[in-house]
Write a protein that binds this ligand. Structure first.
Ligand code: AP5
Ligand code: MG
Length: 210
């Protein structure tokens, strides 16, 4: 079986990062995620300004910046899980030109639940492992189970920025979902179960597609 090429779509907080970790572990593919790449380069000067200005407002970073990140990462990957891209139709068209996908999966979660997931998320500063203060707490508050690093809140996980990110998703990324749906390529996964339930459905969809 060749290495799967999976596109994971879903609103902020749907569990894309959480499930991407499972895919990486199970299939040994690369995790290509524009969000993490941009967070690692927040103050990079581009002709459009720095990523930070956009991210802290919950807005999309301009297409040329993210397109370049994705192109470079996909060229190096055998299989991959792509998370956080494409977020508008122009990025979707760009992606069509540079790769073929085995599976396009949507993690479906209602907006009310997303706000709770995001405002309660904590992330390890050292290794990036995701937690939730209520839904998946670490053994010791504020300390990563995996590596002992400090758990921090992302700058854009306050309630005001979360609402803005959800609005941006509905306006810009919902059309991307319709685009793949019309092509008959979209597999919908119920994202509201436990992380383990969501993973069981997602893994079955990947095995079916590959
Ligand atoms: P990015 O980092 O991609 O953020 P996002 O898409 O808003 O998604 P999140 O990372 O917030 O959520 P997730 O789906 O990964 O959820 P997670 O698994 O962590 O982008 C950030 C910013 O970068 C954007 O706003 C934009 O400015 C910029 N950007 C990035 N890509 C771009 C692009 N292509 N173009 C332009 N700009 C771009 O889970 C969330 C929480 O829920 C966690 O606490 C987790 O523990 C918990 N959880 C997970 N699953 C479950 C479950 N099943 N039940 C209960 N809790 C759960
Ligand atoms: Mg994420």
């Amino acid at each position: 079986m060749s290495q799967p090429k999976v596109l994971l779509l879903g609103p902020p907080g749907a569990g894309k990062g959480t499930q991407s970790s499972n895919i990486v572990e199970e299939y040994g593919v690369d995790h290509v995620t524009t969000g993490d790449a941009l967070r690692a380069n927040k103050d990079m000067e581009t002709e459009h300004g720095t990523p930070r200005e956009y991210m802290e407002a919950g807005e999309l970073v301009p297409d040329p910046v993210v397109n370049e990140i994705v192109k470079a990462a996909l060229e190096e990957a055998d299989g991959f899980v792509l998370d956080g891209y494409p977020r508008n139709l122009s990025q979707a068209e760009y992606l069509d030109d540079i790769t073929d996908l085995d599976l396009v999966a949507l993690l479906d979660v209602d907006r009310g639940e997303l706000v709770d997931r995001l405002t309660g998320r904590r992330v390890c500063e050292e290794c990036g492992t995701n937690y939730h203060v209520e839904f998946s707490p670490p053994e010791e508050a504020g300390v990563c189970d995996e590596c002992g690093g400090d758990l921090v809140q992302r700058d854009d996980d306050n309630e005001e920025t979360v609402e803005e990110r959800l609005d941006v998703f509905e306006e810009n990324t919902q059309p991307v979902i319709e685009y793949y749906d019309e092509e008959g390529e979209l597999v919908r996964i119920d994202g509201e179960g436990t992380p383990e339930e969501v993973w069981a459905d997602l893994r079955a969809a990947i095995d079916d597609a590959n």
